[in-house]
Design a protein around this ligand. Sequence first.
Ligand SMILES: [Zn+2]
Ligand SMILES: [Zn+2]
Length: 1010
Amino acid sequence: MTAKFKTNSENQLNPNYNPLELETETRQFWENNSIQHKLEELRQKSNNGVLGFVEGPPTLNGIPHIGHYRGRTMKDLRYRWKTMQGYYVPFWAGWDCQGLPVELEVEKLLGVKNKRELLEKVGQERFIQECKKAIMKYHREWVEADRKLGVFINQEKAYWTYKDEYIEREWQYLKRAWEQGLFEEGHYVVAYCPGCQTSLSSAEVGYEDSYKIVEDPSLYFKFRQAGSADTYFLVWTTMPFTLVTDTMLAVHPEAEYAKVKVGQEIWIMVRQRVEPVMQELKIDEYEIVGTVSGKSLEGTGYDFPFKDLVPKQAELEQKHPLVHKVITEDFVDVDTATGVVHQSPGNGEEDFFAAQKRNIPIFAPFDDEVKFTGDAGTFKGMFARDADKIVVEELRKRGLLVSAETVKHEYPTCWRSHHKLVWLARKEYFLRTDKINAKVMEAAEKVRYFYDSPKNRFLSFLREGKPWCISRERVWGTPLPVWRCEKCGEKTLVSTKKELLEKAEQKPQGDFELHKPWVDRVTFKCQKCGGTMYREDFVLDTWHNSGASPYARFTDEEFEKFVPVDYLTEAMDQTRGWANTLLLEYVILTGKPESPYKAFLFQGLTQDAKGRKMSKSLGNVIEVNKILEKYSADVCRFYLLRKCSPIDVNDFDTQELSRRPYQVLSTLYHLSRFFVQNAEFDSFNPSVHTLEWAAREDLLKQADLWLLSRLQETTEAYTAKLDTCEFNFALAGLEDYVIEVLSRLYVPTVRKELWTDDQQTLNRRLAVYATLWHVLKTITLLFNPATPYLCEALYQKVYRKLDSTLPVSVNFENWPKPDGKLRNKNVEESFKTLFKSTSLSYSARQNAKLKRRWPLSRMVVVAPEKTLDTLEKVEDLFLELANVKTVEYALQAPTYASGEGWVSATEGETQIFLDSHRDEGLLGEGLMRDLARRVQALRKELGYLPTDVLEAVRLAELDDESIRLLQPYVEEMQDLVRAEKVQLQSKRGETKTEWHECQLDDKKVYINIT
Ligand SMILES: [Zn+2]
Ligand SMILES: [Zn+2]
């Protein structure tokens, strides 16, 4: 064998596409040559514009999983694409470091159960250090995952939400809110998690998966009407403990209420619910003895039954005339339960507003662990929900219990710890985002969301426009920068460390950071009364922390340049999270109805192969670093983008990776390898043998023109689909071009032309290379944002190898633009006709069981004139694809074609007839092609390059008839299999060589190549 190329040299594509190997090598190339940094520098120096970006910071409380990297793949795709279009994008990392998720993770690591235990056993100082240690551990995992997946995010420019400089800038938002009267302290009913011992924002309560089916008591009880012996209000509840804080009963003013006689008693309830409730209570004998309007019940008193257990309640009743009276409220639901609702302003939002409106004191005797305080009398020290049983028992003792069952219903739990939430009135700090809701909506309407469903979901959530409770009773967070005078209650807000130090009366020794407990040691002197001011003991909601990033992560100058940012993408659950807080804070900061982002793509969830959510408890979480040890980053990226729309749920199935996604990339790889090997063999020079040169020399054929034309269409559609974030459809178009257009249709038409090394046809071959260079290089550039490793490898080993003047990395290239001059709609139309007719000829063959690779002598096409004209223009190609020697065209079917030995197929106005008769010549040629195909496969299998010329090919165990038929085609076969000679033998025995067995129809044939 004479080898034209050395195999396995460093700058050579291996015979097999081995993505893991190729990716390791490419990563080294990027790192050794600082490609990522050079790319940023290049676009910083000269660009077509700046597109701002701020990273949605991953929380460093866990290991990155494949769902996270679906989003990161989309971010990286956008970055590489926009960079190739010449934009400068500050694609800088950022990490969410503080807050409940991190605290809970560290509590678990330290083995403490709750906040009280944490503060007692560990203490704040050590806890802060442990939190920092934990985030650094996870940070390493994330950086490694970014590196493996090929995410070109700048890690050195990362922001960290716990750093003093970030916190100081976060405080500026609060200062702006303070100045606008949007930041205030207040009592309010908040959702409170007894496990995490902190309140949650209403956004957090609505988190996906936070609603669980739980079992609660279902209780009917009665309160006696004051001053009456036998009249009662019938009430229903699922939270008996709230009777401890009960202060009113509410009825609907417009509804009709019935007096129902049950035994010797009269029960008051809404008229329309009498029958269903009696049925539920299994009371058959009852009688409606009268009705009254809800309105007329207003002001009626009732005997609160637990005055003995909770003496404070008796005190409240004495002090306030409306305590333990009936009120009327429109929110009372008359379609469920009894239409009489007991009101606990200390434990319910509506109740709270109803009390506030009437100046009724809010009775909320709870501590931080949601245990009753001394004001709750007998219940003191008891966890709220544990009081349920005792309340039921006390009602029973007093003869007030009607029925006690249980009910299963959906109830919100804590999104982190899954404790049942309790609603509590607490002193908190709020951003009054309800006051600026109109501006927020106006800002949100201006954003581009790409898809309607997430947009509608986001806008309808924003429309709720509730005040935002931003105070948290935790440790590891941005300290609330408000100091309060213990004597006169005067408050002051600081917004920088400098200001803090200037005002300080007392401060910690030496350097300190802006965290608890150090910042708590700073005290001020009250300007008003001279008293001491202490910091309000809260940290900020972690969503406020990350939502401050557009301002906090940049310098003033950068903020001016980059914000509003061009485009963001995060998971769907960020509707209530980051997308929301970014927007609210930005409207507060600027005072304008503006959003900090111009576009926001919400991504769908990623689940396991069976369509289940990934969770630690199911053990089905796919960790990025683990999976990328086994599977290719490019294939994963391609799969994540290609499988479904970015907003759909993606059921990630590792088994699917090795199928279509691998095949597509592998096809691109092998086409590129096929091209470079042939082009090098013929000394193709891309700067001399250009498309313009080929056109000038009239060397381009119809197939080349068609291929180039389809490329323009593909480039245009692909770019448009990237712009609308239809990544799946974008890549489907590219995939179709590679597999169908290039690999299945175009390359077979030129393979034979490239096979020869005849000097006469060299220029034609060079024209084919010019075409393939243009097409394959363009496709490689288009693929780069999705599969950067493969594209860099091809760029280096194909394009830069043939033209060393090209930029150092594929990433420095410019984004391909469709070239109108190369678009040729006529050629595209003709090829449509060509492929239609070809496939019709295949159907005709099928009818007579004639294999496609068997050459036939004659074909007749009957069709309208236009079709015939078109086919005539591409006749060579038509004959080759159809594998027929001659073709006749006719407007009407000739009579001979309906004779014996002819087969046909029809579609629409086109009919194709094939002469099925095969003479010895055709049989021999068919047999030769069958054998040649097997020799070619063997060559490939044994690692020969397509350009290697074999010394000899021996074919053995052929019968005499076959040898006779093959004889005239030996020379043609030598050409086809690139061998100096082809030898036909009846037996193997004579030569001692390695024989490879293969099946030819029902016979066994043996091949040897040297
Ligand atoms: Zn919790
Ligand atoms: Zn004071």
